[in-house]
Write a protein that binds this ligand. Structure first.
Ligand code: PLP
Length: 390
């Protein structure tokens, strides 16, 4: 495992040692239920949850009352979309989203379509951009929710969330932003960005898995999101279930300690510069604003799965989903107008603050060697070289 070069940080990150160390006492020394307020151990557990809530609120520049803990972004997405749909049907049943959203959003919305939701799926251009004028035009008095992510998990493309939030405010509908990939990579000030609802996940920012936070802005007329999970009344009845104290402590510790410098971007750029000199290799969404750690690279006329199999020393990812043993091309790349063949030839490299210069140099060599080898033995590459396919 030690020799594996881990470049799959958009899937999940390694927990930081200092984050882990802050969590350990809450597994073995103070293991109290944070709702057991009749003894000191329970009260202490409760206090550290509130400390973590303050840390999350400080990191986002919002109020502590606006932060709710749960199991992660998938739960937040389900809670928000289903909750808004349940509570605002007297206003309308119209939801707007984008074709390149995460499956957690798209699947939840598809579920609601079967229950009568009317959905507009905004198209994107070749870089993943939506047309903001079209977004504004599509919002009607019946629109109850706009769901547009902050940054795409496959290409890293960053949507103009400030402008989207301003449009939604102007047109009086809620803006829910899935910021799972954004928080931890780019600072966000919610006092300056009028997003109504936002979700994040600790395991994407060097925190533990299975814990996330949902921000719901306090407004003069409160946003009504019903709980998805009911029971013991935790989180003021908004999210029931015994508090996961170590994980909540870990989320707080992870989110207040995020360095924002150019190191990761420089490493990513070095990787891109080297690999894009190879023939028939190109980078998706290269010309637009992207997450500094992400690059989605198409190695034409090969299968990404084959390239990754040839490089067992690298932990990489393709956007494609494996369904019953066959690979489906990424819905994100297809929506951007990428051909099925190029989508299946695309690999995502996602770096972290733990990625080193040496690892990037080794990655460049390994990928270059593997690509040359695969293409040498590939009839498709030979057809391309003979000018018989484009
Ligand atoms: N949204 C985006 C953009 C993601 O990248 C992910 C995880 O890959 C999720 C949502 C789901 O996050 P979680 O693992 O916290 O449920």
């Amino acid at each position: 495992m030690k020799d594996l070069i881990y470049l799959d940080n958009n899937a999940t990150t390694r927990i930081m040692d200092d984050v882990w160390n802050t969590m350990v006492p809450y597994f073995i020394h103070n293991y109290a239920n944070a709702s057991s307020l009749y003894h000191s151990m329970g009260r202490e557990a409760n206090a550290v949850i509130e400390k973590a809530r303050t840390q999350v609120a400080q990191a986002l520049n919002c109020q502590t009352k606006e932060i709710f803990f749960n199991s992660g972004a998938t739960e937040s997405i389900n809670t928000v979309i289903k909750g808004i749909f349940k509570n605002y049907q007297s206003k309308g049943k119209h939801i707007i989203t984008v074709r390149t959203e995460h499956k957690a959003v798209l699947t939840t919305i598809q579920d609601l379509e079967r229950q009568g939701a009317v959905v507009t799926y905004l198209e994107v251009d070749h870089s993943g951009k939506i047309d903001l004028t079209l977004l504004e035009d599509h919002i009607t008095p019946e629109t109850i929710l706009v769901c547009i992510m902050a940054a795409n998990n496959e290409t890293g493309y960053i949507h103009p969330i400030k402008e989207i939030a301003a449009i939604c405010n102007r047109k009086d509908c809620f803006y829910f932003c899935d910021a799972t990939q954004y928080i931890g990579k780019i600072p966000l000030d919610l006092a300056q960005t009028p997003i109504d609802i936002l979700c994040l996940s600790a395991h994407k920012l060097h925190g533990p898995k299975g814990i996330g936070a949902l921000f719901i802005r306090r407004k003069s007329k409160p946003i009504q999101v019903s709980p998805l999970i009911v029971g013991g009344g935790q989180e003021h009845g908004f999210r029931a279930g015994t508090y996961n104290v170590p994980n909540i402590v870990g989320l707080g510790a992870a989110i207040i300690n995020i360095p924002h410098d150019d190191t990761i971007m420089q490493l990513r750029n070095n990787l891109e510069s080297a690999l894009s000199t190879l023939p028939e290799v190109y980078i998706h969404a290269k010309e637009v604003s992207r997450l500094p750690n992400t690059t989605s690279i198409c190695f034409r006329h090969i299968l990404a799965s084959e390239l990754m199999t040839h490089c067992p020393q690298l932990a990489l990812s393709s956007g494609s989903a494996c369904v019953s043993g066959t690979r489906d091309p990424s819905h994100v790349l297809l929506a951007m107008g990428v051909s099925k063949e190029d989508a299946l030839a695309t690999v995502r490299f996602s770096l972290s603050r733990l990625t080193t210069t040496e690892e990037i140099a080794a990655t460049i060599s390994l990928i270059t060697e593997a690509l040359i080898k695969i293409r040498q033995n590939s009839p498709i590459w030979q057809l391309f070289q003979a000018g018989l396919i484009t």
